[in-house]
Ligand binder design. Sequence first.
Ligand code: NAD
Length: 690
Amino acid sequence: RGTPVTVRLVKGAYWDRETIRAQQHDWPQPVYNDKAATDVNFERLTRLLLEHHEYLYAAIGSHNVRSQALACAIAETLNIPPRRLEMQVLYGMGDKLAKALAKRGHRVRVYCPYGELLPGMSYLIRRLLENTANSSFLRQNLENRPIEELIAPPQLDPQKPEFAPQSLPFANAPDSDYAQGEIRDRAWQTLSNVRQQLGQSYQPWINGEFVSTQGTAQSLNPSNPDEVVGTVGLISIEQADEAVATAKAAFSAWRQTPVAERAGILRKAAELMEQRRHELNAWMVLEVGKPLRECDGEVSEAIDFCRYYASEMERLQGETAYDIPGETNRYHYQPRGISLIISPWNFPLAIPTGMTVASLVAGNCTLLKPAEVSSVIAAQLAQILIEAGIPKGVFQFIPGKGSTVGAHLVKHPDVQMITFTGSQEVGCQIYRDAALLQPGQKHLKRVIAEMGGKNGIIIDESADLDQAVAGVVQSAFGYSGQKCSACSRVIVLESVYETFVERLTEAVRSLNVGDASKPGTQVGPVIDAKAQQRIREYIAQGKQEGTVAVELASPEPGYFVGPIVITEVAPEATIAQEEIFGPVLAVLKVADFDEALRVANDTNYALTGGIYSRTPSHIDRAMAEFEVGNLYVNRGITGAIVSRQPFGGFKLSGVGSKAGGPDYLLQFLEPRTITENIQRHGFAPIEGAE
Ligand code: NAD
């Protein structure tokens, strides 16, 4: 009605914020594989727009003479008045075309980028890359190709699919877009509401009830330890035994509960997390000192785990037939039984959620023992699972001391499997304890242990150093270096060493260290006083082992450790070998790429690693030889996404299949084969039966 709506039609890969966000939803995202497919679609849309010229004012933006000529031809054929459409060309790029179009009586808009210099430069560079591509019209025009060829209709290659395959069947939950003021306001408002709820008490959930305990632990805000986030009841050994007995009693019904119902509970939990996203974020900011944006990514990950494992279990249910004539062979999975989850504090929501829901959806009765310092967030997770409808005894929330209750449950004869994420020291202890057959135990325990890392990034002489510096800083100092995937060693080739270190130092100097609840904070505190002390000892040692390039101050009164970069570190130095789990980065200089790979692999760990390089042979070698579970090329090494980057390591970084990947659930299941000889002659009655 009234004035037509202007629709601007342009070609090209517009990887702007909106497109990327849209990709995270599950609506169809046609991304053309082939230039000709883009052109065909452009022509299809030109026709569609012009056919509706009474309602839509078409702005045809292209420097391709064929595309513009087609628009002219359609407009002529349909007798569209000249003022009902316009042609657009970029200033300085299609001058002759603009003149020719104007001469034919068309409206022509010549546009140019306007505004900030840096985004403008990157825009122009993108245009240069596009326009100098072999398939670009402008490039072909410069090569003086025959006019017939230039204006020929685009030909689709029948061998190529028109769209890039939608290879990701799973849609990840999108993070909050804090660029929107409304979302920012809600986040900060929720943070201040949650602050009003600090200091409450949380109880374990055993046999469908909240139970009181003799022992309690206070959880403190690491940004401001005077603030008690909550008091959590710690279970006793007797209560741990009661939880196991209850789980045993609940197992028979849970294993028979249809997968659809179990998966439904996970999806409901995901929905509740989505509704409480800002609240969960706020609890994390306050309990573990993680800056808001990183908490938000973690909530998305927890939601993804629920939805992904729900659909994975649906994939694995039922039986597979390997029949031959006269014999049926049926393969299926059954749950394992009582499953113990022991989680760390550094991903206080996503990790316990992932391990717990995987175990539950597979049909196991599951006990969650969270890390003491992040028990309040774990209590929020327990609340969500309870609200989502998990039956009593099937899931139990059992906060307690790792060294007593945790160790006791690991050895409990009725516990069938232990899923642990945490330090190498504790993981190895659990592996050892679980291997001992206890009196009355009728099975061997399965242990999944995700442990530490000493993750390195290689920077070779061809690396884009701007990109490398940004990636290293984010990977090393995001969440104060307390991610298992964090970068703690950069291995730099001699020829770029000085330049890299200089830029890295400046970038680190610009980091904002402070209270995790402040919007400007990039690096918050470390988790507790013990961690702060341990990291400081490593720093003192590091100062003996290398040269301090930059060290930032530690604000008071929280458990802060200022980010520090130590250069000229030898590969065998303590700070180049041991997991520090804090904002400490060692820089190692190497002579060539061979040495870089050797140094990178020379640790006990194999969790994450990265390489910044523009040399294909180096990238190929890193892919083949860099011994890590998750390798990242030309990007940061943290922030794995469920189903897109299944996560986990090997060597002393862990044992088990990758979290958020297609093999993960299999670990919680026991495969069975049932073979039946069907070459029989009827059934015989049971002897003695009527
Ligand atoms: P941690 O080993 O100190 O504690 C982990 C859990 O084990 C806690 O719940 C703790 O109470 C429990 N525990 C402690 N002693 C125990 C015992 N003797 N028996 C049974 N349970 C016991 O680890 P943390 O400090 O919470 O977490 C940091 C560590 O986790 C780092 O080493 C990090 O690399 C690792 N991590 C690894 C991954 C991964 O996916 N590979 C992910 C996150 C964290």
